[in-house]
Design a protein around this ligand. Structure first.
Ligand code: BJW
Length: 244
């Protein structure tokens, strides 16, 4: 960490990428850990456009259950979400928080505008008119889109395999310009997010991984700190803020 604090200046630009690991200690399952989401359901069935075309009821049930889970009062942002929000608030340079997560725990933890590159569970997308609307209850094939009035076109506003993640141009620009890239709680299996560390590093950024274990892209990080997010992220942010 001292290597990092020695080379950083408070005006430096930071990109932070988060994944399912940051929400694990809030009570949400990861995808690829033992017992995780992809050991419970087949991703081809619930996380591809083809799966949705085959059996929309199944896909709606999967996301309705997860949306209801997110509304459970027991599911709250944890110390890692709050620490990143504090870094965003107090760091004098630019901070872009990019999350692969579709939960809203960064927002509830105090982050102003996390960029949800894989969409949001609490939004619906109309395949007829492309409107994105708030969605706080269950979705079904019988719902009417409140924007265009047509039936059967609403789906969760999430990015499935084979689909383009959101705001890629903005993310690419930030990766090219950042001085520090920090990856938190992601296994590095899913592209394009898995490639961000290599892109940031080749553009000159210092790269740090905060994860329970080494990720797929471990060799691209200048520095790695392994441990539960609620411990390693607040400690990392405390060190960063000594520079301010
Ligand atoms: C802790 C912890 C604790 C645990 N503390 N840590 C062949 C080669 C290369 C690429 C492809 C290929 N074939 C197809 C592709 C592309 C494909 C892809 O990457 N496939 C791979 C599987 C091979 N990607 C796509 O299709 C994407 N689109 C695309 O590429 O468009 C074209 C394009 C081209 C060029 C530029 C731009 C675009 C779309 C991907 C969509 C992913 N969607 C999902 C589902 C979304 C909705 C939902 O939530 O249901 O997104 S899949 C799922 O994985 C979800 C996640 O966001 C994503 C990443 O998972 P994440 O967050 O890393 O979770 P885990 O479980 O994998 O890891 C958790 C980590 O936390 C672990 O390391 C733990 O150790 C750690 N951890 N507890 C700290 N307490």
């Amino acid at each position: 960490m001292s290597t990092l604090t020695n080379r950083l200046r408070p005006t430096d630009r930071i990109v932070i990428l988060t994944g399912a690991g940051i929400s694990k200690e809030s009570g949400l399952d990861t995808f690829r850990c033992a017992g995780g989401i992809w050991s419970q359901v087949d991703l081809e069935d619930v996380a591809t456009p083809e799966g949705f075309a085959r059996d929309p009821d199944l896909v709606h049930r999967f996301y309705n259950d997860r949306r209801r889970g997110l509304l459970d009062p027991a599911i709250q942002p944890n110390a890692a979400h709050r620490a990143l929000a504090e870094l965003e608030r107090r760091w004098p340079g630019e901070v872009l928080l990019v999350t692969q997560n579709i939960d809203d725990l960064h927002e509830r933890g105090g982050s102003a505008a996390p960029l949800h590159m894989h969409g949001e569970l609490r939004k619906a997308f109309c395949m007829h008119c492309r409107a994105v609307t708030d969605c706080h209850g269950d979705l079904s094939v019988h719902d009417l889109c409140l924007t265009c009035g047509r039936k059967g076109g609403l789906r969760p506003d999430v990015v499935w395999f084979g689909e383009m993640p959101y705001q890629m141009e903005r993310i690419q620009r930030a990766l090219e310009e950042c001085d520090l890239f920090v990856s938190v709680g992601t296994s590095g299996h899913v592209y394009p997010a898995a490639g961000f560390v290599a892109e940031a590093r080749s553009a000159g950024a210092y790269t740090v991984e905060l994860n329970l274990e080494p990720s797929e892209g471990a060799s691209y990080f200048h520095s790695s700190i392994h441990g539960p997010a609620t411990q390693v992220v607040p400690a990392f942010v405390r060190d960063m803020l000594t520079l301010v």
